[in-house]
Design a protein. Structure first.
Length: 159
């Protein structure tokens, strides 16, 4: 076992250990502020979702109460940059969703201008949501795309 884990740290690792000043959330995470609030969801899944910041604004929570294919879905998603102990902050904005049936789903968030892409699993995978913000960020209009012919329209409207 290493008796002195900080003996040969690099500048990048100093930030990972929290020794170089107060950390700040990444710009990519901060850009998701436009999701904060309560939304009505229509399309293939319907109901209410709510986004809120965890104190510190490094992580965004999504609370979900939806019905899809006749089944109630409730859960919570934690969105942010991974920062494993002793390692630098990773650049991808990732999430894990936990539902009331015991499932977990991983996603990668990518916001480019007004277009939000949420990759299911890994970036550039075959399943994803892509939508555009409109009406002064009061609407997010898009669709979930699944491999083959799958998918459904999804519109979120700010309440």
């Amino acid at each position: 076992m290493n008796d002195n884990p900080l003996a040969d740290v690099t500048a990048e690792q100093i930030d990972a250990y929290g020794l170089d000043g107060a950390p700040t959330p990444s710009e990519a995470v901060a850009a998701l502020n436009r999701l904060v609030g309560e939304w009505t969801v229509t399309g293939g899944a319907e109901g209410i979702v709510r986004y809120e910041w965890m104190p510190g604004r490094f992580f965004l929570f999504q609370h979900v109460a939806l019905t899809q294919f006749g089944q109630e879905i409730s859960g919570v998603e934690v969105i942010g940059n991974l920062h494993p102990f002793g390692e630098p902050v990773q650049s991808d904005v990732v999430s894990r969703f936990y539902d009331s049936m015991g499932n977990t789903f991983d996603y990668v968030y990518e916001l480019d201008g007004d277009t939000l892409t949420i990759w299911a699993g890994a970036r550039n995978g075959p399943a994803y949501f892509r939508g555009s913000f409109g009406d002064d960020d009061r609407v997010l209009d898009g669709a979930w795309v699944y491999p083959g012919e799958g998918g459904y329209a999804s519109v979120m409207t700010r309440r």
